[in-house]
Design a protein around this ligand. Structure first.
Ligand SMILES: O=C(O)CCC(=O)C(=O)O
Ligand SMILES: [Fe+2]
Length: 382
């Protein structure tokens, strides 16, 4: 009888299957039907859709606040990202994932590293494999880009650099909208920076590829998770797949809107807001025809900054729910507890209406109660 560990190793030996060349769904990628069942049907009947916010709207602060409370996710338009940059980054992401597998493996993520090419980093928590490939960039992509394109890596690095810069600027703007909606001023955050631009904030870029799948109803692109960020800014190519969990309504699709970016509340914002803005569970489904791409900008605090419920949101009637953590400490918790990580940093007993991601999943799919533990503890993003 193989142990859990050796089964995991078997899966890992399979982990670099070239999804593009597969004509059938291997059993190791076949998820149960139930995990797809609650998809969008109820919400589409109710005609609920994720809010789209025009960042030039005079009431943008209030709109962002309402979206954070009611959905934990919204799309933004008129965000100021230069026209065409979305298509240029998508072109680079496409050319990266179109490289032959042997070439991509030259930039493989090392066993204890974060950056580089590989399967979804949350794979170690699930018995089944996900129908996706990823490439994570923390800091400069130069070393990996050299491996991927020995004779032409500068274009990739330039476009990644430009995208990163624009995302950082937009993230600063969204921070102010979110903080404004919570009634927080610059005096109340230590790491706003002298230019009020959160210059020291840290971030990672996560490139995702979901090739067309021979049996999409049984496959899972990226399983349900919350991001360990303050928030995430996601560009998705013109193919649907992203879904968010909306209370009793079940999974709601977040359709691609030309030029819009999806912003989702992450676990660290749930801590900062003392549970007011809850991180949203989301997943990516795949389809039989189209290759889907996404680019996630995972935005977090500066290295070493302590993240705890903002003092202004705390009162005797409303004590702090979470203890203070740095981003690195929280990532360690996530690596150990995955969707129960927020509960692991909770210092208050359970509060009505506040559940961690794990409890929310169990409500829609009780079978997800027995997801695997991590086989080794290492820092994972998101
Ligand atoms: O591809 C998507 O739509 C979701 C990606 C995502 O959730 C992530 O990278 O954390
Ligand atoms: Fe995510």
């Amino acid at each position: 009888m193989p142990s859990r560990i050796s089964e995991a190793v078997d899966l890992h030996q399979n982990k670099y299957l070239d999804l593009n060349s597969m004509k059938e769904l291997p059993e190791s990628y076949a998820w149960t039907q139930l995990e797809h069942e609650s998809s969008s049907s109820i919400s589409s009947r109710k005609k609920e859709s994720v809010p789209i916010i025009d960042l030039r709207h005079p009431d943008a602060v209030a709109l962002v606040g309402r979206a954070c409370i009611t959905w934990g996710v919204f799309q933004v338009i008129n965000h100021g990202i230069p026209k065409g940059l979305d298509q240029r980054i998508e072109g680079q992401v496409n050319s990266l994932f179109s490289l032959p597998m042997q070439r991509k493996l030259r930039a493989a993520r090392s066993p204890d590293g974060i950056s580089g090419y590989g399967v979804a980093r949350i794979s170690c928590f699930f018995q089944k494999l996900m129908w996706s490939e990823g490439f994570t960039i923390v800091g400069s992509p130069l070393e990996h880009a050299r491996q991927l394109w020995p004779h032409g890596y500068t274009e990739f690095c330039d476009i990644i650099g430009e995208y990163d810069k624009e995302m950082k600027r937009l993230a600063g703007r969204i921070m102010w909208l979110i903080l404004g909606s919570l009634g927080i001023s610059e005096k109340e955050i230590r790491w706003v920076g002298s230019n009020r631009d959160f210059a020291e904030a840290c971030a990672a870029l996560q490139l995702n590829s979901y090739p067309p799948c021979p049996d999409p109803t049984r496959a899972m692109g990226l399983a349900a998770h919350t991001d360990s960020t303050i928030f995430t800014i996601l560009h998705q190519s013109n193919t649907s797949g992203l879904e968010v969990l909306r209370g009793s309504s079940g999974w709601v699709a977040v359709p691609p809107v030309p030029r819009a970016l999806v912003i989702n509340v992450g676990d660290l914002l749930q801590i900062l807001s003392n549970g007011l803005y809850q991180s949203v569970l989301h997943r990516a489904l795949v389809n039989g025809k189209h290759h889907r791409l996404s680019v996630a900008y995972l935005y977090g605090p500066p290295k070493g900054a302590q993240i705890s419920p903002l003092p202004k949101l705390i009162s005797p009637a409303c004590p702090p729910i979470y203890r203070s953590v740095t981003w690195a400490e929280y990532l360690q918790e996530k690596a150990k507890h995955f969707n129960k990580a927020l509960s692991s940093v909770r210092i208050c007993a359970s509060i009505k209406g506040l559940q961690d991601a794990h409890d929310k999943i169990i409500q829609v799919d009780p079978r997800m109660n027995d997801i695997d533990g991590p086989f080794e503890t290492k820092v994972i993003l998101p």
